[in-house]
Design a protein around this ligand. Structure first.
Ligand code: GRG
Length: 298
């Protein structure tokens, strides 16, 4: 399983990279804004969220190329959030995806605007009339709404705000950390899986179960990320001189320590996959992707 899922992830990543390149080619111009967008979007990245979107759709239909505009758009929202999160006024990170952060190369002003432009580009792509050739308008409208809701105050941005205001707080409990992780990290996992599912025309019941799968997978992924933050060497973190700031964050690792956090990361994947059991293996691909991410903390 491990080898084949690795190959699957690599293959889909290269298709997504290729599509992102084509999407950027359409807006290419000789400007620092374009250069900053291109720098961050094409800086690498596992493309896990767009792969999940594709994998959800592919579990229902073969021809996954039709969902690439949505997959690329999820990655644009993810990249914007990373660019903004890295800014000196937020996490103040010097390295991202193994390279200097966007603001280190282009300045905070341009990095802020590159992030803004990526949000608009994502919405421009998912609201293109051309998509009506393949999908019903009611599905597209629901997707635009999900993009807005899950990346906004009730999703990504809301999680980021709570992450920020709880820094240095003494009274941290599991519910608070779950609130942050569900919004900060799980939101885009949920968005990816829901978009793949909505485009597949699944029932409301199936959509709800896939949403719970993605929520629990997202929580596990954030726990994994916090474990990696704690156990990685300075070199692996990209010589991030501001690491002390991140150590003040409310995480499962700060609350329970490494060992218990590793157990929890596994338990959340098991919980995630339990929501897919009813579908007799139809979503095996999603289950295997979720399990595979645990390799990161072995
Ligand atoms: C709205 C400004 C703003 C921020 C939202 C996404 C976010 C909150 C902060 C970024 C930093 C962070 C720890 C996010 C949690 C999500 C996460 C684990 C990101 C890393 O995702 P990967 O591993 O990264 O998929 P690549 O580089 O592979 O895309």
């Amino acid at each position: 399983m491990e080898e084949s899922i690795k190959e699957y992830l690599e293959e889909r990543k290269s298709v997504i990279d290729n599509y992102l390149n084509i999407a950027l080619e359409k807006i290419r111009e000789d400007s620092p804004l374009y250069a900053a967008i291109n720098y961050s979007l094409m800086a690498g990245g596992k493309r896990l969220r767009p792969i999940m979107l594709i994998a959800t759709y592919e579990s229902n239909f073969e021809d996954y190329e039709v969902v690439l505009p949505f997959a690329a758009s999820v990655e644009m929202i993810h990249t914007y959030s990373l660019i903004h999160d890295d800014l000196p006024i937020l996490d103040n990170s010097d390295y991202r995806r193994g390279k200097p952060t966007c603001h280190k190369i282009y300045g905070s002003d341009m990095a802020l605007l590159a992030g803004d432009a990526l949000i608009s580009l994502a919405f421009e792509i998912i609201s293109s009339r051309k998509l009506l050739e393949h999908f019903e308008a009611k599905f597209l409208l629901r997707i635009v709404h999900d993009f807005a809701e899950l990346s906004g105050a009730k999703g990504l941005v809301g999680g980021q705000v709570m992450d920020m205001v709880t820094m240095d707080m003494d009274e941290i409990d599991e519910n608070l950390i779950l609130y942050i992780e569900k919004r900060k990290t799980a939101s885009l996992f949920i968005l990816s899986v829901r978009v793949g599912a909505i485009l597949s025309g699944v029932s409301e019941d199936e959509l709800a179960n896939l949403t719970k799968f993605a929520e629990n997978f997202g929580i596990s992924y954030q726990i994994q990320d916090d474990i990696l933050d704690e156990t990685s060497t300075v070199e692996e973190l990209g010589k991030d001189v501001h690491q002390d700031r991140k150590n003040k964050k409310a995480t499962f690792v700060s609350l329970y320590g490494l060992d218990r956090s590793k157990v929890l990361a596994k338990e959340y994947i098991e919980k995630a996959n339990s929501y897919l059991i009813a579908y007799s293996g139809k979503y095996k691909l999603l289950e295997n992707i979720a399990k595979f991410t645990l390799e990161r903390i072995k």
